[in-house]
Design a protein around this ligand. Structure first.
Ligand SMILES: C[S@@+](CC[C@H](N)C(=O)[O-])C[C@H]1O[C@@H](n2cnc3c(N)ncnc32)[C@H](O)[C@@H]1O
Length: 259
């Protein structure tokens, strides 16, 4: 049976080369953005493509109610296990492109860890924004984290890469393939990632296909307007209020406000 890397939350973080401390830094910055821009006190928040909701778990520990949305049963399962002794965090298994949940409106929403580019079509982004907008109070903020696109070239030829790592007792071999996509698709690459994971007692293979279309600040601003639910009120880079977009090293945030 073929598995997904998202069934193994600890391993996927290292495959994606994330540093554990980044989560706490992002949560601190989120709270600074809320203090600076939100006209609402933030008591309840929505975490989009939450995975096991590491951000939500930190916020729930600080007394904020969190609802996470993700399509992966295993990531949500991990989130439920990890937050079993926490009050005020709930998960729903949904696709982010279009969804509803039986919840009253939230004060803020966020989308962390570079997953926004998996929505590759304008209409998917617009229906996503409408779904989030329906669940946010007027004036509520939606913070979206996106990789810097500079230097990334549309893949024209099939490219392979390989890397080995150790995660606890597991030995992981990662093979990535960037597959070219038609120039008009807007998708920079169709990224296939295959892992061979050797645990002490079993061997698992995973395979995931991740189409990637990077969104620019001007595109997000336009799509926010088109959704008629949001306006983009700020962009920030590398978790700083003062660094300009032109100096962005890794990631930028779009801050949308529900209108
Ligand atoms: C890189 S993880 C990030 C998880 C979490 N936000 C974090 O910072 O750890 C990406 C998550 O997006 C979810 N995901 C990807 N595409 C999705 C979709 N179309 N609908 C819902 N969830 C999706 C995956 O299941 C995975 O849990």
């Amino acid at each position: 049976m073929e598995h997904s890397i998202y069934e193994f939350p600890q391993i996927f973080r290292q495959v994606h080369m994330e540093e554990p401390r980044e989560i706490a830094q992002e949560v601190r910055f989120l709270r600074r953005v809320w203090r600076k821009h939100s006209s609402l006190p933030v008591h309840r928040v929505l975490d989009l493509a939450c995975g096991n909701s590491p951000h939500g778990q930190l916020l729930a520990r600080a007394g904020i109610g969190v609802v996470g949305i993700d399509r992966s049963r295993t990531m949500i399962g991990a989130g439920r296990r990890e937050s079993a002794n926490l009050e005020g965090i709930r998960f729903y298994r949904r696709r982010i492109e279009q969804f509803q949940v039986p919840e009253r409106p939230f004060d803020a929403a966020f989308f962390m860890s570079e997953t926004f580019p998996v929505m590759t079509e304008n209409r998917a982004i617009v229906s996503h924004l409408r779904s989030v907008g329906r669940l946010l109070k007027r004036g509520g903020l939606y913070c979206i984290d996106i990789d810097r696109q500079d230097g990334i070239r549309a893949t024209r030829t099939r490219r392979l890469w390989h890397r080995s790592l150790r995660v606890g007792e597991a030995r992981v071999e990662v093979r990535g393939v960037h597959r070219p996509m038609p120039w008009y698709s807007g998708i920079y690459s169709n990224f296939e990632i295959a892992c061979s994971i050797r645990f002490p007692d079993r061997h698992v293979r995973t395979r995931d296909v991740v189409p990637i279309r990077y969104t620019l600040p001007c595109t997000l601003e336009l799509l926010a307007r088109v959704s008629r639910r949001f306006e983009m009120i700020a962009t920030y880079t590398d978790l700083s209020f003062t660094k300009r977009l032109s100096k962005c090293h890794r990631r930028w945030w779009g801050v949308l406000r529900r209108i």
